[in-house]
Design a protein around this ligand. Structure first.
Ligand code: ADP
Length: 484
């Protein structure tokens, strides 16, 4: 299949979150499955063309795009990687050279309107008709609309199916109605309840949801949850309308990066065969974060953005009780001040038991994943979540709230079913969190049971190849709607 993949961020060029990981890994996995893949993203000011081995595409130089009343010119940089996937970076300094990738500047809509026009203009110049145009989140959600409306005249795209992936429904690309004009679309579809209208604003995401041939999100449970009032971020009705075309596909993890057998950030690599070596990582971690080592006291880890999504309220409410248990806790995170303050308070109130590192630190994230005995993720919602998958594969037993991707990857241990690979709770309460940690603590001391839980986790297959094949099924589904 020919696949065009549009995204606002992509590893290794630029990353703020999970979307970049997906954009970096999925196209490669699709190329490895024999597909032709072209990836499109902005050339942000932070991306160094030289160090990434990008070449200037002379045939795609100074292309004009009409954004509302102004004409904007862009260039294109290019790279083909060893899997055969091709990357095209849209170079327009006036839009993409800002201090941050995402901004609240007045022209934020135009920045991504340009990206989306560029995708289709470049495909036109190549005369390359994709079977599938795969878009991601609000920044590229107008592409399904463009295929049928703005570029609907071009027979090149008549058989192109569109797939829109939602990585986090909370971000929707809401702009004033003028943005419809900037996008080169017409006001006739802006009326209460119409495809461009969302609470009297223009929502890129809602329009994309209505126009895409198929929709995906990053776990089956999240796909169901977002059709409900509690998780739907006001788009539950629209999503429920499209439920037959909405699929949940878990993200994979990179086996060269997050794998205890090859991890270059940890002092001792290990596998199930030499699992006892994991303890060396625990010792190294405790030494680094300044806590005393005691093999019989489980170390619990957390690595997280400090936002309301991640369940820090219930953690703080449970904290005093948790600290009565023989456990240690290391938390790495950055984000909202009130949560950072809470972590500082926790570390200073419970020296010897709690360590908090405020900031972003990838090497420490690897050491925490390898060195801890348990990993805590009490998220309010979690589209997919990566850290619980890393933890499972590292033999670090996850304790999670049973929502989104956490529900799909962590199976709650129960002595009667012998299936569990971790612990989970449903109620979003401090008590539910507390009792789950308590249950884990009890079993931690039953070494034979604990080892069985670990073995199940370390055997889970979170490969991108598995996910890529599921995406290909969705592509075929979407194509069938276009007579393909
Ligand atoms: P989200 O995208 O909602 O932040 P995910 O679990 O999908 O959550 O992905 C988060 C990724 O970012 C993981 O790879 C995690 O290890 C990493 N991460 C989050 N916070 C930090 C931090 N402070 N330092 C290092 N890595 C972090």
């Amino acid at each position: 299949m020919r696949i065009a993949f549009a995204t606002s961020e992509c590893v290794p060029f630029v990353k703020t979150g999970g979307l970049a990981d997906v954009s970096g890994a999925l196209p490669k996995a699709l190329a490895a499955e024999g597909n032709e893949v072209k990836v499109f993203l902005p050339l942000y000011g932070s991306i160094n063309t030289l160090s990434h081995g990008l070449s200037f595409a002379h045939e795609l130089h100074g292309i004009p795009a009409q954004i509302g009343g102004e004409t904007v010119y862009y260039h294109v940089w290019y790279k083909r990687d060893d899997t055969g996937a091709e990357f095209y970076l849209i170079d327009c300094p006036q839009y993409y050279h800002r201090s941050q990738i995402y901004t609240s500047d007045a022209d934020e809509d135009k920045r991504y309107i340009l990206l989306q026009n560029a995708v289709l203009q470049i495909l036109q110049r190549f005369n390359w008709a994709p079977d599938v145009l795969h878009c991601n989140d609000w920044q590229t959600a107008l592409l399904p609309v463009y295929l049928r409306e703005k570029y609907g005249w071009d027979s090149l795209f008549w058989k192109t199916a569109s797939v829109l992936s939602i990585h986090n429904l909370a971000y929707q690309g809401l702009f004033s109605k003028e943005s419809i004009y900037h996008a080169g679309l017409y006001y006739d579809k802006f009326y209460p309840g119409g495809p461009y209208e969302f609470h009297n604003a223009f929502s890129f995401l809602k329009a994309g949801i209505l126009y895409a041939d198929a929709l995906t999100t990053v776990s089956e449970t999240y796909a169901r949850e977002i059709q409900t009032l509690d998780y739907g971020e006001r788009l539950d009705g629209v999503l429920a309308m499209r439920r037959d075309d909405l699929f949940g596909i878990l993200n994979g993890i990179d086996p060269n990066d997050w794998n205890p057998r090859v991890d270059k950030f940890i002092p001792q690599r290990y596998d199930l065969e030499n699992f006892s070596d994991k303890t060396k990582n625990k010792k190294a971690l405790l030494a680094q974060v300044g806590l005393p080592f005691d093999e019989s006291v489980p170390m619990i880890g957390m690595i997280t953005r400090l936002t309301v999504q991640k369940g820090l309220e219930i953690l703080s409410q449970a904290f005093t009780d948790l600290m009565q248990m023989p456990v240690q806790l290391v938390i790495l995170g950055s984000g909202e001040k009130k949560y950072e303050d809470f972590l500082r308070w926790a570390a200073s109130t419970y020296p010897g038991k709690v360590s908090a590192y405020i900031g972003f630190n990838n090497a420490l994230a690897h050491l925490i994943t390898a060195g801890c005995d348990m990993y805590l993720m009490p998220s309010r919602y979690e589209p997919c979540g990566l850290n619980q998958m890393y933890s499972l594969n590292y033999g670090t037993v996850p304790i999670v709230r049973r929502t989104g991707g956490l529900a799909d990857t962590v199976r709650d241990y129960h002595e009667l079913n012998g299936q569990g690979n971790g612990f989970s709770f449903w109620d979003f309460t401090s008590y539910a969190l507390y009792t789950s940690v308590y249950r884990a603590l009890e079993l931690f001391h039953q070494k034979d049971v604990w080892m069985k839980i670990i073995k199940r986790g370390m055997s889970e297959d979170f490969s991108w190849q598995k996910s890529a094949r599921k995406y290909m099924e969705v592509y075929r589904w979407a194509k069938s709607k276009r007579g393909g």
